[in-house]
Design a protein around this ligand. Structure first.
Ligand code: NAG
Ligand code: NAG
Length: 312
């Protein structure tokens, strides 16, 4: 009897130890500061452009076109061309969500993203003067899903908007942070109040930018390769957006170099973790041009995160 009890006790203690070891192994590790050790950062780099980036379109778009006809991977994966034979919007985002912060911990992801894009104007539009947008522009976007926003080119495919205010109609579910290169503006909407296009702006749950800066005239901007550098420091709560004009797409010899790019936006007190979901899709949202008007070309895209301690 004693032996049986002892054996049972030993068995119980042993089981408890095994369970404890399993629990400790599964739990996130605890660091010296008592916080949860953050996951390792992500690093995405294209080209080659592959099916790791989803092209999604507005489901209501009248079309027999497939998404792959609107985001055309060309030249052995070296570039992606955006255009189709009617005005529509697309998302072109990494197929998996990326971790940007973790509720209840003192860590958030800083991120850096760089891409090179060209807005190539159709030849018959060249003589049409300065204010001659085609498509709506393109935005780097962090979103809760890959559901393309319906509506005018001003939406950039981010979400449906109130045409008077530019605010999202998706309410509390919008959870979108974007940096737009805006090439179209509905001049009949005075409340948008953005600078003349083309401009670069920060969009938080609305396409009336919270901050924006002019990119000069269309003549200085179209048909060029433009490198965009977006850097967010989650600890400093600082967003910086730089652009570098690499010259005509047809004969540019310059390569992207952040040190030679010009700082257009320098935004303090920006808490991306209070805008987006802990896990969000990253990539692009665009109102793409009609074939006859021009095309957008994406030449490369890099996105990396680095986890930093935060005190908010
Ligand atoms: C994105 O692509 C993945 C597979 O690559 C697919 O499972 C997923 O449904 C796609 N997401 C959307 C929103 O189309
Ligand atoms: C580069 O291309 C542009 C536009 O096609 C053209 O106007 C310019 O003359 C070209 N420059 C050179 C050096 O070839």
């Amino acid at each position: 009897m004693t032996n049986f009890l002892q054996r049972t006790t030993i068995a119980c203690v042993f089981s408890a130890i095994v369970i404890l070891v399993i629990i400790l192994t599964l739990a996130p590790s605890v660091d010296a500061a008592g916080g949860i050790t953050p996951p390792s950062g992500v690093s995405l780099s294209f080209p080659p452009f592959t099916s790791a980036i989803n092209c999604s379109t507005d489901a209501s778009a009248r079309t027999t076109w497939k998404p792959s006809d609107m985001c055309r991977i060309q030249d052995g994966g070296r570039e992606v061309m955006f255009s189709v034979d009617f005005a529509t919007s697309i998302r072109y985002q990494y197929y998996r969500k990326v971790q940007l912060w973790i509720p209840g911990t003192r860590y958030a992801a800083s991120f850096s993203t760089t891409f090179v894009v060209a807005f190539l104007r159709g030849s018959e539009r060249v003589e049409d003067g300065n204010y001659n947008p085609f498509g709506g522009g393109i935005a780097f976007a962090m979103t809760p899903d890959q559901r393309v926003g319906r509506g005018s080119a001003e939406t950039l495919g981010l979400f449906e908007i109130d045409e008077r205010t530019g605010k999202s109609l998706r309410g509390a579910n919008t959870k979108t942070f974007a940096v737009e290169i805006d090439t179209v503006r509905m001049s009949t909407v005075p409340s948008f109040n953005d600078p003349q296009t083309p401009h670069v702006g920060v969009d938080i749950n609305g396409v009336k930018s919270t901050a924006a800066a002019s990119l000069g005239t269309f003549q200085q901007f179209v048909d060029r390769k433009i490198a965009i550098f977006i850097d967010y420091d989650a600890q400093q709560q600082l967003l910086q957006v730089r652009l570098q004009n690499l010259g005509f797409a047809g004969n540019s010899t310059q390569t992207p170099d952040k040190r030679r790019a010009r700082l257009y936006l320098n935004i303090h007190n920006l808490r991306v973790s209070s805008i987006v979901n802990p896990q969000s899709y990253v990539g692009f949202s665009s109102s793409i041009p009609e074939d006859d008007h021009g095309v957008y070309i994406l030449y490369d895209w890099k996105f990396t995160t680095k986890w930093v301690p935060i005190n908010y």
